[in-house]
Design a protein around this ligand. Sequence first.
Ligand code: NAD
Length: 508
Amino acid sequence: MASAHTFDENLAAATEHLARFASEPVLHLINGERVASTSGETFDDHSPIDGAHLAKVSSGGAQEIDAAANAAAAAFDTWSATPGVERKRILHRVADLIERHAHQIAVTECVDTGQTMRFMSHAALRGAANFRFFADLAPGANDGQALPTDHHLNYTTRHAIGPVGVITPWNTPFMLSTWKIAPALAAGCTVVHKPAEWSPLTAQLLSELALEAGLPAGVLNTVHGFGETAGQALTQHPAIKAIAFVGESSTGSKIQAQGAPTLKRNHFELGGKNPVIVFDDADIERALDAVIFMIYSLNGERCTSSSRVLIQRSIHDAFVERLAAKMAAVPVGHPLDPGAVIGPLIHDRHRAKVCSYHQLAQAEGATVITGASIDGLPSGGNWVQPVLYTGATNDMRIAQEEIFGPALTAIPFEDEADAIAIANDIAYGLAGYVWTSDLGRGHRVARALDAGMIWVNSQNVRHLPAPFGGTKASGIGRDGGDWSFDFYMETKNIAVAYDTHAVPRLGG
Ligand code: NAD
């Protein structure tokens, strides 16, 4: 899992690749041109590692969104009519370039987000895999079904819905952007991407690689800026037919309201507070490793993190003791250090939010067990120690709210029914994890959990053709495989008569 590069090599690469941002502002990409905001407004991007100034970023507003949406609309007819095999060729070329620049992307992501190289080296390559997977599906994207009746042949075709908006968060920005943009482009849509304001740099790299790969002007446009300005304008623009959004549940609600006057189609991948249920007959060693991995990887800034561990009472104390010991051995360190697992959190404001739950946990009557020390790490960084909250009950805020950091809440349960009741007693429904050696129980609990994705005896291992998404406050819609095309395309039914049905005669 560890990066193939040493810390010094990663640092040298980061110094080389980030130098450009110090001298040239990050610009929008609109209709194939790099442009600043008409207002001249910019915002500053800082590294979570030490607060270092990384870049001045053009701050887009309604004017830039309008230009980008119009460019996407102008490019739509040609791009959607481009044969699928040609779209496939270009998207594979994007993947080739991502692979060629994977180390550059990974070090940039580490410095911009605080995520560690251990995971970002894979995330960059996963970005390429996303492009390849959807590229291969592009030639068949328009295919439909034949639904014959006695008197008609009904058949369906699919057509790209039009220009779409993609709005992404900061937790793994490059990978998540490709997960949305690749299927949209493969389906024949044109895109306006609004990346998160706390992590703008790898969106710049993606747009550059897409241009270099031969994506025509206007097919992918990137407008930087804040959610309340650029983001809102994108969700309200009449030329934009759909919004693919990944972010907080409360933002999803706003986007739905903002898009109502223009009847936007929305796909929402939102927050989570995902249960991992450990029964007393589970393979305890594998369950322990999976629980630790699913909350302390990616800084715990992960929508599918197993942030609530429900442990059967008969094994609770021993399991918690082992969890605490393992957590203590999870290293916090510089994101470019290949040995580091947890890096600094994205922003000081987010660090303050995560840490506020430690006081809250104590106030609610839980015990706070802290992990690795953060002494000696660069000053000015948003470092946090991993934590485990024990003695919690499901009604506590530490059990109900998405903390989005390396913080795990442990809750005991009595039996299968109790585990299911606790797991489902939550506003969210993104993912769930079940550990048991009883096959029937694994299936039963998986069926009973109100969530979009369940893993039994497994951590989150993604299969790109499988559906991804949540229920309740965790989202609306699915993507992955053909589900992505269903979102980015309109299905049309065509009925052709065999001339055998009776046509009603009115009026003589
Ligand atoms: P956020 O909702 O604050 O921001 C996400 C994006 O939305 C940003 O680009 C932001 O600028 C934009 N935005 C904010 N307000 C907007 C508005 N009114 N109109 C249009 N755009 C607006 O989320 P975040 O803090 O960046 O990301 C963390 C959240 O993302 C967590 O809740 C996490 O669970 C969620 N997430 C979900 C998934 C998933 O697949 N379900 C994956 C990753 C992250």
